[in-house]
Structure formats: structure tokens, C-alpha cells
Design a protein around this ligand. Structure first.
Ligand code: ATP
Length: 617
């Protein structure tokens, strides 16, 4: 898994898929039922409703099959009574009986429709939720090889296909299977001689339909993949519209999206062509079968072998039967489409995060004055770059309450240290401990509850200022949120917003300045009040005033806890107890600002460059 190159969505397959990992597509195409069988666990909770829907389905099918029998009695008995008065009465009775059959059919069909549609909607909702919850819990490695737009497309278009199947095709299929079998049985019982011919037609129609169905499935999967491609492009570009426009790339981006949708159209067109061929073939075959049956029947009536009523009944059974076969082949196409979509969803569900909770998590000890951190001889490379270690024999101990600044050139591995402390990745060698417990032995929830992070690029959710800060501790009261905002020097600017704390901040906080976004992000971390704080100072230059408040906010945030800060500012490094200087994944020096400057090494050079403008200010 670690050495796999960045791969398309279907690659994060479960380990339990065995050595073959990705089953051959042709072999898969032979197993639509198996692919749909994966929906079993989603159907199981609704056994009662499914049984009820099945009951109504049976009743509706039985009523439909009773109809030709009632018709035969109507023709043979209602029309042949000797005396005209009695004939009228008998006819009326027959019509009442026919109406009763029709009304029952209506009620049963309505009930079945409601139950089955309900199931379709319910299962789609459950499936969406399950896939989403699963994807959200994946480690960053998953998102390195999966485009978010693609996941979104799976969540919408693929689940909609599944909904079509569960909410209609499946019941249509069952009903037609029942009706077709019922009609066939009735035909055998009422005229065994038609049987052989009908069976012959059945074979003729079903075999090619099965063949076509398979290619529909493959093409369907391909067209869903193309739709996912275009969604992925759209999601990426819509998130970067200002950049796209500033580089005047709108036309090119529209073109790129256009090619993806054209590719989707093209596979959909090919799929439709196969299905159209299927439909044309089935309708012709159905029609032929019907005429053949009729011809045989009329001959039999002329020869006096059967009554007119018998012929009428046979004709209706034949219509029912071939109608079912035709509907089934259509349903088969739908099932094949949904099987492709289900496979994709199941692959997403089967993706196992390489970082997961240990079987028996070790509890983290209670701490009062901040957490202790220890990295021992850590060797780490990102899964996608097995040959390029990002940390090499990295050893660092941080005492509770200490503030340690990490500095170093770009790409030195500073952020990587944070990633490992949050256990977004597991190390290949060495050990990372927080409060004496190896991070791999603690539960992810317990570990991450202990760590607060203020990233370089502040993340703002498209909700109010209040809710954005409350994200740090969802159960916090409004007063606690306000206190955190005050501590982060965010209270004044928030109250000056049009609706104060209730102001909607726009998607990704587009309605705030950079410094304001950072202070919201700091307030969030202060509210969480973690014993270990990881600060990634923003490199983007803020104006002097903004810089001053952000710095003040950060200083409040660092109080009474252990802080690791990726430092870009002179004020921060001067305040730190120790400064760790990193280069190419290794620690090259540790000391205070004065000590490191005095040594005149990498730090002195970095300081001369990086802190120059701050020192001057
Ligand atoms: N997800 C990733 N997959 C593969 N390689 C990565 C990943 N993230 C970072 N790297 C690589 O790991 C090395 C260390 O990166 P890191 O982000 O820790 O550097 P940094 O010191 O924080 O840099 P900067 O100051 O520019 O943010 C770099 O060579 C980088 O290219």
C-alpha cells in the first residue's frame, strides 16, 4: 500500500480483497447480483417493510393473474346465457367481479409503490450517510489519491442510481418475475400446447438480453466514472475561481470541464445505443410471439378445439407473459447500471484507513500544566514518496508548559512534525509519544482531543462567527465563545460585523480579512483549551497593526500549555524557551535565540533573512 503511486479512486481497496486486490473487470461484469448483494446490510434493518412490500407485490400479481380468468368467465358464461334478461344480470355480476379485481389491484399496487419507494429513498439516504461518514474518517493518505469532487459525485449520482434500483427497478423486476412465471404457469395449465412455443421465445429473448446487459453495466460504470471526473474538475476550479480569473483561464477551464462532460456523454451514448438495440430486439420479439400465439389460438377456435373465452384468456396471459419478459430485460439493464454504481460505492466503503484506533487503546494520563511530547529517533516518509524521508532520526523532548519554536527552510519537515503529533500518518521507525503514551497506542479521539492546532491557512466554515469559534468545543456556551474571542482579540471586530457573532462569514471565510480569519482560528483553539497547542504561524505578511493583534492573540493562546510553534516572526522565537532549527528532515541545532545567533549557523542566516523586516518594524 505504501509504495503505491497516487492512484484513482478505486485503488484504496480493502486489504481483505486478497492478493488480487482489484478484481478483473470482466470477471466482475459477470456478477451483477453479487455487486448488488453488497446492499444487503443496508436492506437488512428494513426486513419488516420489505416483507410487507413483498406481500403487496404478491397480492397485486395474483390479482392481475385473476383478471384473465374473470375475463374468460365473462365471455364464455356472461355472453352465452340462454335468456336475454338473465344474460344482462349475469353480465352485471361479471362486471362487478371484474371491477372488484381491478380495485384490489389498484389498492395493492399503491401500497406496494409507497413501500418500495420509501425503501429506495431510505436506503439511499443510509448509503449516502455511511459513505460520507466513512470518507470523513479517512487519513490524509486517502485524500492524496482521491479527488473530493469525485467523492461528491459518488455521493450524489451513484447513490441516485442505487435509489432507482431499490425504489423501482427491483420491485418492477420482482413483479414481472412473478407475473411472468404466473402467466407461464397459467398458460401451461390452460393450454399446454402453447408452452413449448412460448419457452422457445423466452430463450430467444432472454439470452441476447443477458449478453447486452453485461456491456450496459461496463459502459454504465464508465459513464459514471466520467461524470465523477467532471465533478472533480468542477470542485477544484470552483474553489479557485479568483486564481482562475486572474490568470484569465476561464475559457480553458470551461473547455477542460467540457471535454470531461463530452467524454461522459460519449460513454452514455454508447450505453444508450446498446440499450436501444436491446429494447428494439425485445419489442420485435415480443410482438412476434404475441402474433404467433394469436394465430395459433384463432386456428384452434376455428377448428373448435377451444372456446372464444379460452382464446381471450390465452391472449391476455401471453400479453402478460411477454410484457413481463420485455419489462424484465429493461430492468436487467437498470440492475446492471446500478451494479456498477454499487461497486464504486462499496469500494469507497471498503477503503481502510491505514491510521486507525488500536484494539485496546491506552488511556492518556491526566495533565494540568500542559502535555509532554517526545519524538525518539523518528524516521518518516510520506506514503507517496517512499524514497524521500521527510524526517530522519528526529529526536525531540518537550516538557509540559514549554514553548518550542521550530524554524528551518521551506520543506525542512516542520509541518511534518505536526502531522505526526496528530497521528495523521504513522512513522516507519522510532516512536512519537504524548504524555508518555505512544500515539499509536492511544485512541485517535483521545489523542486529538489533547491537541489544538492553528494552521497557517485558517479554515473558516460557511456559518456564523459564533459557530466557527464554537467548533473548538461544540458544547461551549455563548459566554465561553465570547471569552475565547476576547482572548484572541477577535471580539471587537466580530461585534462590529453587521450581525455581530451571528454574522455569516461566507464560504471559506471570504468575507473576512486574512488577519481576522487567523484570529477566529486562534479563538477556536483557545476555546478548545488543549494541553498541547500546535501553531503554524502564517507567513503571509499582515500589516503592522494586524500583525500586532495576531501576535497578541497567539501569546494568549500559548499561556498555560505546551506549545510547538512553526515560527516566522522574531517576537515568537524570542518568546520561545527553545528554538529547534531543522534542515532536510533533521535537527541541526537547538538553543535560545541569543545562543543560536551567537553560534552564527543556519539559524543566524535564516534570522537575518526572515526576521529582517520584523526587526526593522
Ligand atoms: N502529503 C505529502 N506527500 C508527500 N510528500 C510530502 C507531503 N507533505 C509534505 N511532503 C514533503 O515532505 C517534506 C517536508 O514537508 P513539510 O511540509 O514538513 O515542510 P515545512 O518545513 O513545513 O515547509 P514549509 O515551511 O514550506 O511549510 C517536503 O519535501 C515536502 O515536499
Amino acid at each position: 500500500m505504501t509504495s503505491a503511486p497516487p492512484a484513482p479512486l478505486h485503488d484504496p481497496l480493502p486489504a481483505d480483497h486478497g492478493p488480487g486486490r482489484r478484481p478483473n473487470a470482466v470477471a466482475q461484469a459477470k456478477r451483477p447480483v453479487r455487486a448488488l448483494g453488497a446492499l444487503g446490510p443496508f436492506l437488512r434493518p428494513y426486513r419488516g417493510r420489505i416483507a410487507l412490500a413483498g406481500l403487496f407485490l404478491l397480492l397485486a400479481a395474483a390479482t392481475t393473474l385473476a383478471f384473465p380468468v374473470a375475463l374468460r368467465t365473462l365471455i364464455d358464461q356472461g355472453l352465452v346465457a340462454a335468456e336475454p334478461g338473465a344474460r344482462v344480470l349475469q353480465l352485471r355480476d361479471h362486471f362487478v367481479a371484474l371491477f372488484a379485481v381491478g380495485a384490489a389491484l389498484g389498492v395493492f399496487s399503491g401500497a406496494r409503490f409507497y413501500l418500495v419507494s420509501w425503501l429506495g429513498e431510505r436506503i439511499t439516504a443510509d448509503l449516502r450517510n455511511a459513505v460520507y461518514a466513512h470518507v470523513v474518517a479517512q487519513s490524509p493518505e486517502f485524500f492524496e489519491s482521491t479527488r473530493t469532487g469525485e467523492v461528491l459525485s459518488r455521493l450524489t449520482t451513484d447513490t441516485t442510481l442505487v435509489q432507482t434500483v431499490v425504489g423501482s427497478s427491483l420491485s418492477l423486476g420482482l413483479r414481472n418475475t412473478l407475473m411472468g412465471t404466473g402467466a407461464l404457469v397459467m398458460l401451461v395449465v390452460t393450454n399446454p400446447w402453447v408452452m413449448t412455443q412460448v419457452l422457445g421465445i423466452l430463450v430467444l429473448v432472454v439470452l441476447p438480453a443477458l449478453y447486452f446487459g453485461r456491456s450496459v453495466r461496463k459502459l454504465s460504470r464508465a459513464s459514471q466514472d466520467r461524470i465523477a471526473d467532471s465533478s472533480a474538475i468542477a470542485a477544484e476550479v470552483l474553489n479557485a475561481v479568483p486564481i482562475v480569473q486572474s490568470y484569465t483561464q476561464e475559457r480553458r477551464e470551461a473547455g477542460r470541464f467540457g471535454s470531461a462532460t463530452e467524454a461522459a456523454f460519449d460513454t452514455a451514448r454508447r450505453r444508450s445505443r446498446v440499450r436501444a438495440l436491446l429494447v428494439a430486439f425485445i419489442i420485435s420479439a415480443t410482438f412476434g410471439a404475441l402474433l404467433w400465439g394469436l394465430y395459433q389460438g384463432t386456428q384452434a377456435v376455428l377448428a373448435g378445439r377451444i372456446t372464444a373465452g379460452h382464446l381471450g384468456q390465452t391472449v391476455v396471459f401471453i400479453i402478460l407473459f411477454v410484457g413481463s419478459v420485455a419489462a424484465l430485460s429493461e430492468v436487467y439493464g437498470d440492475l446492471q447500471r446500478a451494479a456498477g454504481a454499487t461497486e464504486r460505492l462499496m469500494e469507497l466503503l471498503a477503503a481502510r484507513s491505514p491510521v486507525h484506533d488500536p484494539a485496546q487503546p491506552q488511556a492518556l494520563p491526566a495533565v494540568s500544566a500542559g502535555s509532554s511530547v517526545s519524538l525518539r529517533d523518528v524516521v518518516f516518509h510520506y506514503p507517496s514518496r517512499p524514497r524521500q524521508p521527510s524526517l530522519l532520526h528526529f529526536t525531540l523532548d518537550v516538557k509540559p508548559g514549554e514553548t518550542v519554536a521550530i524554524v528551518g527552510p521551506s520543506g525542512a519537515g516542520k509541518s511534518t512534525v505536526f502531522q505526526l503529533l496528530l497521528r495523521f500518518y504513522d512513522v516507519q521507525q522510532g516512536e512519537v509519544r504524548i504524555d508518555g503514551v505512544p500515539v499509536a497506542r492511544a485512541s485517535l479521539h483521545a489523542l486529538r482531543s489533547r491537541v489544538g492546532i492553528v494552521p497557517q491557512d485558517s479554515v473558516i466554515f460557511s456559518t456564523s462567527a459564533l459557530e466557527n469559534i464554537r467548533y473548538g468545543r461544540p458544547e461551549a456556551t455563548d459566554a465561553e465563545v465570547h471569552a475565547a474571542a476576547r482572548a484572541a482579540y477577535a471580539h471587537d471586530f466580530i461585534t462590529a460585523l453587521p450581525e455581530g457573532y451571528a454574522t455569516y462569514l461566507g464560504e471559506r471565510g471570504v468575507r473576512l480579512s486574512g488577519g481576522q480569519r487567523q484570529r477566529i482560528s486562534i479563538a477556536r483553539a483557545i476555546l478548545k483549551n488543549p494541553p498541547l497547542l500546535l501553531l503554524d504561524e502564517a507567513t503571509s505578511a499582515l500589516d503592522a497593526e494586524s500583525e500586532r493583534v495576531v501576535q497578541a492573540a497567539l501569546e494568549t493562546a500559548m499561556q498555560d500549555r505546551t506549545t510547538l510553534v512553526i515560527a516566522h516572526r522574531l517576537a515568537t522565537v524570542q518568546r520561545a524557551d527553545r528554538i529547534v532549527v531543522m534542515e532536510a528532515g533533521e535537527i541541526v541545532d537547538i538553543g535560545t535565540h541569543a545562543e543560536l545567533i551567537a553560534r552564527g549557523g543556519l539559524y543566524a542566516r535564516l534570522a537575518a533573512m526572515q526576521f529582517h523586516h520584523v526587526g526593522a518594524a
